[in-house]
Design a protein. Sequence first.
Length: 183
Amino acid sequence: MIEIKELTVKFGNKTVFSNYHAMIPDKGIVLISGTSGIGKTTLLRVLCGLQKPDSGSITGLENRKIAVVFQEPRLLNHMTALENVAIVSDKDTAKRILCELNMENELHVKAGKLSGGQKQRVSLARAFAFSNDIVLLDEPFTGLDEQNKQKAAQLVSSAKLAVVVSHDNADAEMLFIREKIQL
């Protein structure tokens, strides 16, 4: 169990979280939802260690490998789709996951030449090619058509633990959500 205790996060004079508490199970899919600007992305950034809280603690993440899919793809544009995924795994695993996401024709295309939806699928593939315990996903279906959303949802559903931020209820309904955290 991941336990968030008395979490406070501020940006200047703006308080995003004040003594926030939450429990996240060790398995399944957890959806974090809420209105724009309420702190969904900030919570993911705190969970993965990119944002230090002003106070509070998070337990249950010790010695666990975390993969992250950000809202905007963070790829190496001079590398191919396959190379971007293989940097965290082996080429066979990278190719298998990319093909699961309908990227078989773009394996050797440089990331800088891919469309937004293709880049998002490469980002998803990289997170799942990494041997992780937890996957944090911030709006993971952005830029994907319905067919590719379904493929991506299948991949997300295979995670040991996926914490998904989404403002889109239709996208969230594709996932087998174990728990929902409303911010």
